[in-house]
Design a protein around this ligand. Sequence first.
Ligand code: NAG
Ligand code: NAG
Length: 186
Amino acid sequence: MYPRNFTLFTVLLLAITSSSFQAQAANGSHDQGFEFSSPFETALETLQKQMGYNFTRIALLRRAMTHASFSEENNKALSILGESVIGTAVAFSCLRKDIEISPKDLNRRLSDISRVDSSCAVDGKRLGLQKVIRVSSKTDATAPVVVCGAFRAIFGAIAIDTGKPDNAGRFFLSVHGDDVGKALPL
Ligand SMILES: *[C@@H]1O[C@H](CO)[C@@H](O)[C@H](O)[C@H]1NC(C)=O
Ligand SMILES: *[C@@H]1O[C@H](CO)[C@@H](O)[C@H](O)[C@H]1NC(C)=O
């Protein structure tokens, strides 16, 4: 009797110990994952707070904040989508405010907003993107073209994340301010 019970007890004890060990191991690897604690990840958290938008897929924001000089996985294509989203939002906002706006004025607003050395670099720097974006050691993260690319890529990333380019356009208007039109509620 005794040895048999003892064996059963040992087996049970082993089972409990090993399952709790596994749980601890799983928690431990989660805690140690550098993705959760690096300065870059912390900066992404802060950026989301500043924008008032939490990504469902944080990998999209990570990519948006990665310059082509840093890795193959970078923000170039998201930036193209972002520029398009911004252009649509600006044209929409201008026409909504003044349906009589001249094509010349509308084009001027659009070119103002897309000039790399003006508004998008200013907007991007206000968000502090030059301190977040990952670049190679030879690249100047404060260069307007770099900041602009990252700024635009954020809206490309939001469009993909929400599945709706419209939402990204509204976020642009709220981040940029209302000199192109009032920010619209989501
Ligand atoms: C692992 O983490 C989860 C969630 O934080 C917690 O509920 C659980 O008790 C933890 N397990 C161990 C073994 O620490
Ligand atoms: C984003 O997430 C944080 C932390 O979970 C939360 O406090 C905040 O309200 C969220 N923001 C939005 C806009 O959902």
